[in-house]
Design a protein around this ligand. Structure first.
Ligand code: PMV
Length: 351
């Protein structure tokens, strides 16, 4: 029987506090601006991927949450696998025939999210990061996580940031070949242990405008967008890295909210306009501002990606107070199980 080589790796979701929106090269996925994110805990939102390689496999195949997907239908998936294979082929060349020719064998990929894929919760970020990490393990690639982030990037831009934990910057880079467009850790998670993220699922519907289609139209039609890329984001990247280094939550929170607001403003300035937030999203943003006003400091921040779901950042113990307030203002519908509606990480509520 022909040999089967296998590796399994999990990767987490990340949520940007300075948003990536716009590509200068859609094939290599090179962004128009740098971005910065927080990688969330693997326990709650992550993708677990197993890759297997064998000379007996008829071709590359992929199963996503148990259902087979058409590998040929996704150019990005093909690009990500081909890039990882290229790195393995280089390794085999160096070994001069002394390495198993894994780069020549088809792969089977089996990927599972521990959260609903369609819920608009950055599943492509954890998905491509898990795929690339699993291929790197299978192929025994010597590259660092930061170097491998370039491979995850060609699958989905934001995935490059999920290759690292803690606070992560994706440097836009200037090179046409994408060699300097990679993710780097700004600070480890332990640098700021009190920092917490709360995910509020406002809607689990698939988004109406994909990020790929949306950002392309923004680049082509928004007048505000050029200003964002030229002056706003570079200043915010520097200020955000300072806020993280100094553990200055008020500065971190203010930049996070302003950048989310500007990202959605640029979407509205796109023609035809793109509207990702809904009335509930806006009510949550209003509540965060009311909470901050009530406590007399900037104690919580909201951010929204290409969909209506909110992610809240706050430090312990402010997060506890905020969770109680949110549960009071957005009570659980009578037909929902408490654990399904509210996971209750703090054990604050009776079931
Ligand atoms: O990587 P994509 O194509 O899913 O784009 C993600 C874009 C945002 O989530 C809206 C912002 C970001 O930086 O993650």
């Amino acid at each position: 029987m022909a040999p089967v080589y296998e590796a399994t790796v999990s990767a987490p979701v990340n949520i940007a506090v300075i948003k990536y929106w716009g590509k200068r090269d859609p094939t290599l996925i090179l962004p128009t601006n740098s971005s910065l994110s927080v990688t969330l805990s693997q326990d709650h939102l992550s993708t677990r991927t197993t890759v297997r390689a064998s000379p007996d496999f008829g071709g590359d195949r992929l199963w996503l949450n148990g259902a087979e997907e058409d590998v040929g239908a996704s150019r990005r998936l093909a690009n990500a696998i081909a890039t990882a294979r290229g790195l393995r082929a280089a390794l085999e060349d160096q070994a001069g025939g002394g390495a198993v020719p894994l780069s020549q064998w088809p792969v089977h990929v089996c990927s599972e999210n521990n959260f609903p894929t369609a819920a608009g919760l950055a599943s492509s970020a954890s998905g491509y990061a898990a795929l690339v990490s699993a291929l790197a393990a299978l192929y025994e690639l010597p590259q660092s996580a930061s170097e491998l982030s370039r491979v995850a990037r060609v699958g989905s831009g934001s995935a490059c940031r999920s290759m690292l934990g803690g606070f992560v910057a994706w440097h836009a880079g200037v090179a046409a070949d994408g060699s300097d467009s990679l993710a780097e850790q700004v600070a480890a998670r332990q640098h700021w242990p009190e920092m917490q993220a709360l995910v509020l699922v406002v809607s689990d519907q698939k988004k109406a405008v994909s990020s790929t289609a949306g950002m392309q139209t923004t680049v082509e039609t928004s007048a505000l967008f050029a200003e964002r890329v030229r002056t706003v984001v570079p200043a915010r990247m520097a200020a955000m890295q300072r806020a993280i280094a100094e553990r200055d939550f008020a500065a971190f929170a203010e930049i996070t909210m302003k950048d989310s607001n500007q990202f959605h403003a640029v979407c509205l300035d796109t023609y035809p306009p793109i509207s990702y937030m809904n009335d509930t999203s806006r009510a949550i943003a209003g509540l965060v501002h009311a909470f901050n006003a009530a406590v007399g400091r900037v104690a919580a921040a909201y951010t929204y990606d290409a969909g209506p779901n909110a992610v809240i950042y706050a430090l312990e113990p402010d997060m506890r107070a905020l969770v109680e307030l949110l549960a009071y203002c957005f009570p659980r519908p009578a037909d929902t199980a408490p654990e399904a509606f509210y996971p209750d990480p703090f054990g604050l509520f009776e079931s």
